[in-house]
Ligand binder design. Structure first.
Ligand SMILES: [Zn+2]
Length: 79
């Protein structure tokens, strides 16, 4: 009868999940990342939205090459 909490690793938003609810319903729209760090070492992170996941990624990636960002913009213009 115990529930568990899923906490967004970026903004700290929290959802409670009880045994009676299917995870797919409670965590709709959330993203879960498995970070495989080595033998028997894996960390799981949850994010409530793509932008929260991106924030986390950005904070772990020193910098995104500008060329990469620009190529997205150019594609949008063409469409
Ligand atoms: Zn969040």
């Amino acid at each position: 009868m115990r529930g568990w909490f899923v906490i967004c690793g970026s903004c700290g938003r929290k959802v409670e999940h009880s045994h009676s609810e299917p995870p797919c319903e409670v965590l709709k729209g959330w993203l879960t990342v498995s970070y495989w760090k080595g033998l028997e070492s894996v960390e799981h992170y949850s994010y409530c939205s793509l932008s929260c996941l991106q924030e986390w990624v950005d904070s772990h990636v020193p910098k995104i090459p500008e060329v990469f960002l620009r190529s997205f913009g150019e594609e949008d213009d063409r469409v």
